[in-house]
Design a protein around this ligand. Structure first.
Ligand code: GAL
Ligand code: ZN
Length: 657
């Protein structure tokens, strides 16, 4: 069943309006709302006094209109009384100053008081709403990822966490390489929380990232435990932020039934939303299952200045893109634009005036369609033989030491991802712990932290017939952030057939020319970074041509066992290079795209329960023609189609093939 609806804030409007809201939702074909994530002060106006009557009433009205609700633990904004009475619940910044209350997400996660207050409101809500007939599930907090806190408790918990992890100072000193600059600890109390990622020991900074991620996971776990105990029939989810990478989302997802995420792709001029596609794949990969959209662009957004309006067709198109990647709900943020507060201009489906206009009509059309597709979609998800290893810890380590200023792990990923997207191939985003055997291609961009165990698994994947693509800065470090004392690419040499004795970064005004051969024929520019790759058995697919670089490869291919190991030792400027490379990789892996999409058209496939559903999504504002390789049944028009079909601007098609 598809859930379609809104983030809804009855507490922002007079009760006299609530029936009209519910009526409009029902009339529009919507069936779900999410509520109360910022309503702590409305539910506990003073410590220990709970007031749920307003929410009971709102739920009741919604229920009478056939609308279900997801309730949230409201801990993303502490009430004013909490900050005033227990100032230690506010986070302390790196400069030692406490955050001034009044924005949101400003709590300290180790404060025992805050944790206790969080458990109390969670339990009070759970007990009060456990039998509310239209409550279906819970969202924990809102968009975890608050500021790191440097208060005394957090710093001492950090030490305790390290102590549990390493057991002895000796092991800690070795793991973090504290011999450098003589940073050797002789007492646990000497360990500082690093305040400057660009200056402190990178290994310590990495541990600080892990610790802060864990604090969020622990905080959520305390809430989940209560929700599970009191409300066993409700699901528990959280609204993740797509490509946000400051937390280890795999760990945050572990305690939940499913992942939900907040999708805001409307910024700047309309363009192909590769980011929203990749984010959806990351979200699906966290638990290896379909996800919910808990918030989605409904109108111009911004806190001071604000962005553009979704154009006709765009609200619907954004929704279908997510469904094509595995979304089981579309919830827009928000129902009606609030007349007050910091998000006055974060526009909802309705404006300040509360009238159901163009955006409402488009959301309503989308809702009706998606609900009608519900049965067809059920039991289906994305299945693909291509996976990217998406590793949070490598991303943290690269943020701490990016090698070149422009290096951003997502940019590296998108060079390959976007090319596959253009070729009509979907991908899974997987944790490094995942079994690789079910894939034929594994892309591991910027896999900077490479424990030996993972290196061995990658080599075995190749030997057994897999195609591995990896690139510069892969395998440089071990899991505690020490550089491997080996010639690069370390253990991966056995599946890549290369050696890298030297490497360098290239400043803005520097580049090398690169000449590709065979499938990669063409002239390209290496920018930002260059490995001086020496083939040791690998074939050379592209070489540098500048005089001192002539003998080095930039891109290689190696036959290892039954598989292939590809290496890209530079950042190549041209998109065309990546298009050719990914086409070559697909050939090596014997993967054929279902169809070749025209520019701007995205191809998604959901499969399962003996069904195959092809999603065609036109991100362009002009019509596009797509040639189908076979006859199909159009699930929306309920007609047979074949040959060429036309997608209108921002148009979509869902075809059973
Ligand atoms: C999300 C957040 C919402 C709202 C929205 C618009 O990130 O979860 O509460 O703030 O952005 O700013
Ligand atoms: Zn703290």
């Amino acid at each position: 069943m598809m859930r379609v609806g809104f983030a809804y804030y009855p507490e922002h409007w007079p009760r006299s309006r609530w029936k009209r809201d519910a009526g409009l939702m029902k009339r529009g074909g919507f069936n779900v709302v999410r509520m109360a994530e910022f309503a702590w002060a409305f539910m506990e106006p003073e410590e220990g006094r709970y007031t749920f009557d307003w929410l009971d009433e709102a739920l009741d009205i919604l229920g009478k209109h056939g609308i279900s609700a997801i309730l949230c633990t409201p801990t993303a904004v502490m009430p004013a009384w909490c900050a005033a009475k227990y100032p230690e619940t506010l986070a302390t910044q790196a400069n030692g100053q406490r955050i001034v209350w009044g924005v949101r997400k400003n709590n300290c996660f180790t404060s025992g008081t805050y944790r206790l207050l969080s458990e109390r409101i969670t339990r009070a809500m759970a007990e009060h709403f456990r039998n509310a007939s239209n409550v279906i599930g819970w969202q924990t907090d809102n968009e975890f990822g608050g500021p790191a806190c440097y208060c005394a408790t957090c710093r001492s918990e950090f030490r305790g966490w390290l102590r549990r992890k390493y057991g002895s100072l000796d092991r800690l000193n070795r793991a973090l390489g504290t011999h450098f600059w003589g940073h050797i600890y002789t007492d646990w109390d000497q360990i500082q929380a690093p305040v400057d990622e660009g200056g402190h020991n990178p290994s310590l900074c990495l541990e600080w990232c892990r610790f802060n991620s864990w604090l969020n996971v622990r905080f959520q776990r305390d809430q989940v435990r209560i929700l599970r105990e009191v409300c066993p029939r409700h699901f528990v989810t959280h609204n993740f932020m797509g490509l946000y990478n400051n937390l280890n989302y795999y760990e945050l997802a572990e305690d939940l039934d499913h992942v939900s995420w907040d999708n805001y792709p409307v910024w700047g001029k309309p363009e192909v939303p590769y980011g929203a596609a990749a984010a959806a794949d990351v979200m699906r990969g966290l638990k290896r299952r379909n996800f919910w959209i808990m918030e989605q662009t409904a109108g111009p957004g911004g806190w001071g200045t604000f962005g553009r309006n979704p154009r006709p067709g765009e609200i619907r198109k954004i929704a279908y893109q997510q469904v094509g990647h595995g979304a089981e709900s579309i919830i827009w943020f928000r129902w009606r634009t609030c007349t007050a507060g910091r998000e006055q201009y974060w526009h909802g489906i309705l404006g300040h005036d509360g009238r159901p206009l163009r955006r409402y009509r488009e959301a309503s059309k989308t809702a009706r369609e998606l609900r009608a597709l519900g049965d067809l979609l059920s039991g289906t998800t994305v299945r693909t033989p291509v996976a990217f290893i998406y590793d949070y810890e490598s991303q943290w380590a690269l943020r701490i030491q990016p090698a070149f200023p422009e290096n951003n792990p997502h940019q590296a990923m998108f060079r390959y991802y976007n090319a596959l997207f253009r070729l009509g191939i979907q991908t899974d985003m997987i944790s490094p712990a995942r079994d690789l055997a079910e894939y034929r291609v594994v892309v591991a961009p910027d896999l900077y932290l490479l424990p030996d165990s993972l290196a061995r698994r990658l080599c075995e994947f190749v030997r057994k017939g897999g195609v591995l693509l990896t690139d510069c800065r892969t395998g440089v470090k071990d899991e505690t952030g020490l550089c491997h004392p080996r010639t690069l690419p370390g253990l991966l040499r056995s599946c890549l057939g290369i050696e890298i004795q030297e490497y360098e970064t290239l400043a803005k005004d520097m580049e090398y020319s690169v000449e590709g051969k065979e499938e990669l024929a063409g002239s390209y520019a290496a920018v930002h970074y260059a490995d001086w790759v020496i083939p040791r058995g690998a074939e050379l697919l592209a070489r540098y041509t500048d005089s001192h670089m002539k003998k080095y490869a930039a891109v290689t291919r190696y036959r290892c066992g039954r598989g292939w190991g590809y290496y890209v030792g530079a950042v190549i400027r041209e998109d065309g290079f990546y298009d050719a490379l990914m086409a070559e990789i697909l050939r090596s892996a014997h993967i054929k795209p279902f169809l070749s999409p025209p520019a701007g058209v995205e191809v998604c496939m959901r499969e399962g329960a003996a069904k195959r559903l092809l999603f065609l999504i036109n991100h362009a504002e002009e019509p596009r023609l797509v040639s189908l390789p076979c006859k199909a049944h159009d699930a929306l028009s309920r007609r047979q189609v074949s040959g060429e079909i036309e997608l209108e601007p921002f148009g979509i098609a869902v075809l059973r093939v």
